[in-house]
Design a protein around this ligand. Structure first.
Ligand SMILES: [Zn+2]
Length: 285
């Protein structure tokens, strides 16, 4: 079985699993300002259910996979999934509707895509840019934050969703609303909106900044060095400078980095640092 098939089987299998394990109660802790903002955003999009979000996200992931094939290395896929699950569990949205899924794409361009509902795709190019496991965790924590904040699903044009709701009602009235092919047609415009936001246009600076903030907290909770996010952005900025020439840097990355550097100081290596470094070195990236 190829890695592509394994990944798709995981997604499809997950779709068939019962909803056990959801809504586990989290230990009480006061919400931070950013977490309250997330809760407000989740409230605002409550007319898009978790299952609809998952359906749209899965279609967006499938579309990205048509141009970015999966890396055929099960060991690497498993490793990235383990790091991803570790950070996802410590995020502000630890339970995704069908769980989180992480996969590595065969593309030299450093990039990552957070599909609504919890499918997170990262390119080999971005993996190569990570100097260690903490930086990989930082990249994944940032993407998990986009899922938690519903940045992808929120990019669906409001009037479009109203149209989906209306058409779905008509389809259900005709007793054919549940059929997958017709449902896919129904959601096509919404899928296009999300794809455009994730792949073509990117999110707003505010969304990026909020994802960075959450990533810092997630990394800390998961036992990773939060300074790894700034270190990864430093490498990214260096690449952007090389590509665009010295006078044309990419302001959002520079700005994000400046903000992060003001907030976080590098921490001393902990006991697990060596274990993480070894695990990372064992991968064929
Ligand atoms: Zn981002």
């Amino acid at each position: 079985m190829t890695v592509t098939r394994i990944f798709l089987s995981i997604i499809l299998l997950a779709a068939l699993l019962p909803l056990g394990g959801e809504a586990q109660s989290q230990p009480f802790s006061p919400m931070t300002r950013a977490e309250r903002r997330v809760a407000r955003m989740q409230q605002a999009t409550r007319n898009i259910s978790d299952s609809e979000e998952y359906l749209v996200g899965r279609a967006v992931a499938a579309r990205i996979l048509t141009t970015h094939p999966l890396v055929q290395d099960p060991k690497l896929q498993l490793y990235v999934n383990e790091v991803g699950q570790t950070v996802a569990r410590k995020s502000s949205r630890p339970q995704a509707y069908r769980g989180y899924h992480f996969a590595v794409l065969e593309s030299p361009e450093p990039n990552a895509f957070a599909c609504p509902g919890g499918i997170i795709l990262i390119t080999r190019g971005l993996l190569k840019m990570c100097a260690n496991e903490d930086q990989l965790a930082a990249a994944l924590a940032h993407e998990v934050a986009h899922v938690a904040h519903r940045d992808g699903i929120n990019s669906i044009v409001k009037s479009r969703w109203a149209q989906v709701v209306a058409e779905r009602r008509i389809a259900r009235a005709k007793e054919r609303g549940g059929r997958a092919a017709e449902m896919a047609n129904l959601y096509e415009g919404a899928i296009n909106d999300v794809f455009k936001a994730i792949v073509t246009n990117g999110y707003s600076r505010t969304a990026e900044w909020a994802a960075d903030q959450e990533a810092l907290r997630t990394l800390k909770r998961a036992g990773y060095n939060p300074a790894a996010l700034a270190a990864l952005l430093t490498s990214m900025l260096a690449l952007q400078k090389r590509q665009a020439g010295l006078h044309h840097t990419h302001p959002p990355t520079a700005l994000r980095l400046r903000k992060l550097e003001m907030q976080v100081q590098d921490q001393k290596p902990d006991k697990q640092q060596k274990v993480r470094e070894q695990r990372f070195k064992e991968q064929k990236i």
